[in-house]
Design a protein around this ligand. Sequence first.
Ligand code: GKR
Ligand code: MG
Length: 424
Amino acid sequence: MKIQRVTVTPIAFRDPPLLNASGIHEPFALRSIIEIESDNGYIGLGESYGDAPALAIQQQLQEQLIGLDPFNLNQLRAIVQATVAANKPRSMAGAELAPGSHASKAVSNAYSAFEVAFLDLQAHYLKVPLVDLLGGAVRDEIPFSAYLFFKYAEHIDSPYKADAWGEALNEAQIVAQARRMIEDYGFKSIKLKAGTLPPEQEVECIKALKKAFPGYPLRIDPNGNWSLPTAIRMAQLLGDDLQYYEDPTPGLEGMAELHRRTGLPLATNMVVTDFDEFRRSVALNSTQIVLADHHYWGGLRDTQVLAKMCQTFGLGVSMHSNSHLGISLMAMAHVAASVPNLDYACDTHYPWQEPDEEVIKGGKVPIVDGCVKVTRAPGLGLELDYGQLARLHDQFLSCGIRQRDDVKQMQRYKLEWKAVKPRF
Ligand code: GKR
Ligand code: MG
């Protein structure tokens, strides 16, 4: 079996005005949709970053993968490495919260984008679910958490009709957002994206969530936007309200000191983002839970390696997300199904995506009782809706965004806004 077609299609979908440590989401999020077709008619799908640097590498790889055996993942990796080395990508502004723009992640990002599609094709050929190629499912229902954001009611200059979630800038609005998300999806744990409002106000929101949803595990994630003294002070206010404290303060040393001073379990998707940082984190005891993300950890199989390393060093594992669609969600679900030591519900931005903006046939993947189900359907269990793919590609062409930049977007609301870390 040989690969005879590789198509990388950049798309853009509507994304709400969600606030974070850098600034605010732009009106459209970018992704790439990858199709690999074999000479005997099997198709594998992948979804990855659609930011310009990531996309440039993916597009260069298209031709080079023609003729490859879709089972040959080592050759895929070698081709990706050579292509990235020849291109010398540079990191762009805003890369911290947008791993698709991070030069040091170029090989793992691009390899992952295609590895998922190769594995999907292999699994279709073998008529097994993708998880079977990862050693089989240890669970078939993957728990996700309600991922809350402070947000504005609509984007500046109203590029399209406001989303149905409304504004969320105080405790009552955050509790209402959580209630709606839990009613709609049945989530059993809650994460609050923080680093946006004054820290005491964000802590008050956690207190309000605790009162409104007793017994629900709670997490707060200021994306490293709190100085060490602020993070210690907020830890004292939070007491034992948290399941874990996610990236409160920047740097491996900062996190290690915070853990020493508070004893709280710290989770990260910022200070441990590759195996070298993993090694340094273990030496310093910077973090107790690693949030994996196959998109930048080098694919589904390297995510399994990461989970094994976490088990070896006594660390917990959960999963990070960025704005994404259903192919990414199902890839996350399949690898999560294969990881015995997945200790916490995974993150997902999926509820924030509009139902009419999905590229897979049948519309959005259901999340029921807070879980995504991995079925016995072959591969990821998905097929593309080509009408939707064309429409979202047109939206990419017309939206004018080529690289996520939450700082620049916030400057449209607040002229004086700057990229400062930590801000509080
Ligand atoms: O979507 O604004 C966002 C998040 O802040 C995202 O960029 C982060 O990478 O979800 C992520 C996180 O957990 O840090
Ligand atoms: Mg995080």
